[in-house]
Structure formats: C-alpha cells, structure tokens
Design a protein around this ligand. Structure first.
Ligand SMILES: C[S@@+](CC[C@H](N)C(=O)[O-])C[C@H]1O[C@@H](n2cnc3c(N)ncnc32)[C@H](O)[C@@H]1O
Length: 245
C-alpha cells in the first residue's frame, strides 16, 4: 500500500514537471522554429480582442443569477481563479492536479458521478477528443434548461490552437469539438465573444444548423477556422447571448 502511494506521488510529481517543461521558453522557441518550416503557412493573427469584454467570472455569475441556477460544475479548475469566485449554492470542481473539490480527471468524475448540474463549465484538457468526451458526458447530466459553457473556443493564431501545447496562452483545438456540436440538430450553439471565446450549448433544437462537408472533425485545419470562424462558431456578444436563455 505504502509503495503504491509513493508511486502515485512520483507520477503526480513527474506530471507537474512535464507541464512546466511544456511552457519552458527554450521549448517554445524550438517549436516556433519547427512550425515556421513545417506548419501551416501565411496565417497571422485573426485579431480577436477580449480586453473590453466581460470576464468568464462575470459571465458565469450573471448566467447563474439570471437563471436562478443552484448546481455548478467546473471541469479543470487550476488555481480556482474562476471556481472560487462563482456564486452558487452547490459547486463541484474537478481537476487531477489543483483546485476545485474533486482530485481526478473528468473521465473518472463522469464515471462515478450521479448528480445533475444546471451550469457546466468545461475547461480541462484542451484536446479535441477530450473536449468532445467532456461535452458528451456533460449533456447527459445537464438539468432541463441548463447550459454548458466551453472555455477557449476562439484561438487567435496557429500557435494558440496547436496540439500538443506550444504557448503560455493556449486554446488548443477545443474549437473543433464545438464546431462538431454546431452540426447537431438537437444542440443550439453559440460562441460568446469574450475571454478567449466561450462556447455555449443549449440542449434544444438547433436554431442555426451548420452544414459542412466534414467527416473527421479532428482533421480540420486551422486555415479553415481562420477563413470561416464567423460561420463556424456562430459568434454573439454577451448581452445578445443573455437573450437566448
Ligand atoms: C486552463 S486550466 C483551468 C482554468 C480554470 N477553469 C479557470 O478558469 O481559472 C486547465 C486545467 O485543466 C486541468 N486538466 C487537465 N487534464 C484534465 C482532465 N483530463 N480532467 C480534468 N481537468 C484536467 C489541468 O490540471 C488544469 O488545471
């Protein structure tokens, strides 16, 4: 038992060291050089500017208040920057490394969880396949009239969306999982133009169905996002989003 605990601690420690390495400056420079030669070419910044937009803290709290929600779930809590400021009667935060209330991965949480939630904020591992799983699992435990929010849906450039992680500000390819939802008839999806893009999913008839010729969403290129993000993401300002509830 003691040996198992020690092994567990060692794995935890190595994982933390690895995530530091991933944002090490030399590593980032090497990656930039690699992308310069082998990545998608001639793509600059899209120009999203979230400076004068509401923060995710304001957005989550206004939605909870407006809808009188009482059960909040956050996947990926990190330093509790959001989790600690959310005002809600019942809060659950899931993260394998830090913050929140449950020390485990989202997959482990969904396997054992028996509760339903009104508002679910997905901000864990920013890889298409993981976000897709987190969305699918969240839909199953969403209360009637509830909402799913997905952080980091609007990457400004290729580096910010690159998987594996290559920048300190990292969106990953979360947008691909969101675009897939936009093609479903029973999900109504918007992206709030704030705080690196907050995807919003309602479990109801899609009011603006996206039709694209795409079988494998993971294979979508950043260039496709760069040229089509308005149509793909169904972007709205926060005040207009509030009218969709
Ligand atoms: C961007 S941070 C979350 C920030 C936080 N939501 C906030 O608004 O301040 C991402 C977090 O996801 C966590 N994470 C990574 N993989 C995960 C997984 N499979 N399940 C749940 N959380 C995960 C990381 O440990 C990290 O703390």
């Amino acid at each position: 038992m003691l040996i198992l605990l020690k092994i567990n601690k060692m794995i935890d420690y190595l994982n933390k060291r690895l995530s530091v390495l991933k944002i090490n400056k030399i590593y980032l420079r090497l990656v930039k050089i690699y992308l310069f030669f082998f990545g998608e070419k001639n793509l600059g910044d899209i120009g999203f500017d979230f400076k004068n937009k509401p923060s995710r803290i304001e957005i989550v709290n206004r939605i909870i208040k407006l809808q009188n929600y009482s059960k909040y779930l956050e996947i990926g809590t990190f330093k509790d920057e959001l989790f600690s400021k959310v005002i809600c009667n019942n809060k659950v935060g899931v993260d394998p490394f830090s913050g929140g209330s449950h020390r485990m991965t989202s997959d482990e949480f969904f396997l054992s969880n028996k509760n339903k939630f009104d508002c679910i904020f997905i901000d864990g591992l920013h890889h298409y396949s993981q976000v897709k799983k987190d969305i699918k699992n969240s839909i199953e435990i969403l209360e009637h009239k509830g909402v799913i929010l997905i952080h980091d849906c609007l990457p400004n450039n290729l580096l910010e969306q690159q998987v594996p992680r290559m920048t300190t500000n990292w969106n990953g390819d979360v947008w691909k999982a969101f675009v897939e939802c936009r093609t479903k008839v029973d999900l109504d999806c918007y992206t709030c133009n704030a705080d690196w893009g907050i995807g919003v999913i309602f479990k109801r008839k899609n009011s603006n169905l996206l039709k694209i010729d795409q079988q494998d969403f993971k294979k979508m290129k950043f260039k496709f996002f760069f040229n089509n993000y308005k149509r793909l993401m169904n972007i709205v300002e926060f005040e207009d989003l509030l009218k969709k509830f």
